[in-house]
Design a protein around this ligand. Structure first.
Ligand SMILES: Cc1ncc(COP(=O)(O)O)c(C=O)c1O
Length: 404
């Protein structure tokens, strides 16, 4: 038996709720609850709140811990409410010229589409690229073919870059089919062409070790693989790229903003050059106290150990399903896994069964206390560092119909 790197006892999990859907919402560790409670006690007695310790120190500690997780520098981090708000900060702050274009894979989660479509009035185009033959999205999503094992999405994207492309925006791990893109390869190719690679990392962070080389920006909410509550996330920006972005304009995005010996109404100040320049205003301390605990937990065991564990559980589940009604999908997903093409989501394609089939399956899972999710023609099973081999076997029993 493999011991999970994240001790399940650190979470409020129970046998009636096998939660294999952190791709929708991750469970927070008990430590986050303790931290939030302790912080709320300070809110009850504000004289116990420390300016240096809490208002300045807590966000700084979160940026430090996030930098450790990303393998980056704390000064390149901005605390933002959501993935969307991080991407919006980039989209709204970039010095566009009329006719510029943003390229993206077909079928991105909307948080990585609307920020770019919102630029249409400024003359910025948005173009989507199918990543494999037969890929569909939108109204046709359920008739899409799933990504095959030999898929090469990077080539498709790089071939589609055009003379007007300024920015390539994509999910590191895709929300519906679970495909993981090769950021190293894309980053290097984009750099060569002077194009910015901007990444939505929410389906990867916490379960896939980060590699920022070649990226211009990476945004993520904290509430999936990062195991924090909804409400706070992070934006990492490359220093040179960030200097090209307009600051958020919050009162804290300028130098000496909290030096009250200097009149706050003195507006003769320089913008900050670090990640705080992109933050939306006063820090979200309550959520910060929770996110800090989750990040410490993840860094304590290390994301590489979590990734290795998740991959082991995925292999175990797929092996069992090879002899079941899911054999074709087990074969396809096994091929993708072997090629390093998957993040934490095993996305089982409906294979023609349609929405009713997956819906019934999902409900039979709920009755067995197994909580998975369906998106755009795929049944998603997402493992994390706290899942056990027994959990993988329970999912196998459910999907193969052998569970009693
Ligand atoms: C790929 C991806 N990006 C972003 C989000 C959520 O965005 P936000 O953090 O803005 O709520 C999701 C949620 O399911 C997602 O799957």
């Amino acid at each position: 038996m493999n011991t999970p790197p994240l001790n399940p006892a650190l979470f409020h999990l129970d046998a009636d709720h096998l939660w294999v859907m952190h791709c929708a919402e991750g469970p927070v560790p008990r430590a986050a609850l303790r931290a939030v409670r302790a912080f709320m006690h300070k809110e009850l007695r504000p004289w116990e709140m420390g300016f240096e310790e809490d208002f300045v120190g807590l966000p700084a500690a979160v940026r430090n811990e996030a930098a450790l997780l990303l393998g980056g520098r704390p000064e390149d981090l901005s605390l933002t409410p959501t993935t969307s708000s991080g991407l919006v900060a980039v989209a709204q702050g970039f010095p566009w010229q009329e006719g510029d274009e943003v390229l993206a894979p077909l079928g991105e989660f909307p948080s990585n589409v609307w920020p770019w479509l919102a630029l249409r009035a400024r003359g910025v185009g948005f173009r989507e690229v199918p990543l494999w033959d037969g890929q569909r999205c939108g109204a046709e999503a359920w008739s899409s073919a799933p990504p095959p094992p030999g898929v090469d999405p990077e080539s498709r994207l790089l071939e589609a870059l055009g003379p007007k492309t300024r920015l390539l925006a994509l999910s590191w791990v895709r929300f519906q089919d679970g495909l993981k893109l090769d950021l190293r390869r894309l980053g290097a190719a984009c750099r060569e062409r002077g194009i910015h690679l901007v990444v939505d990392g929410i389906q990867a962070l916490g379960t896939v070790p980060a590699d920022l080389e070649g990226l211009s920006a990476l945004a993520s909410g904290g509430y999936k693989g990062l195991l924090a509550p909804e409400g706070l996330g992070l934006l990492w920006t490359d220093e040179t790229f960030r200097q090209r972005l307009a600051p958020s304009g919050s009162w804290l995005s300028v130098e000496q903003a909290t030096d009250f010996a200097r009149p706050s109404t003195d507006f003769q100040r320089a913008w900050l050059t670090d990640g705080r320049a992109l933050e939306p205003g006063g820090p979200n301390l309550l959520h910060g106290s929770a996110l800090l605990e989750s990040l410490r937990l993840l860094n304590g065991v290390g994301v590489p150990a979590i990734e290795a564990h998740v991959v082991r559980l995925q292999h175990r589940l797929l092996e069992t399903l090879r002899e079941s009604g899911w054999s074709i999908e087990a074969e396809r997903l096994g091929g993708l896994l072997a090629a390093g093409r998957l993040g934490p989501i095993l996305a089982f394609h409906h294979g023609g069964g349609g929405p009713d089939h997956l819906d019934q399956l999902l409900r039979s899972g709920y009755r067995q206390g197994i909580f998975a999710s369906v998106r755009e023609g795929y049944l998603r099973v997402a493992f994390h560092g706290f899942h056990t081999e027994g959990d993988a076997d329970r999912v196998a029993g459910w999907l193969s119909g052998t569970a009693s």
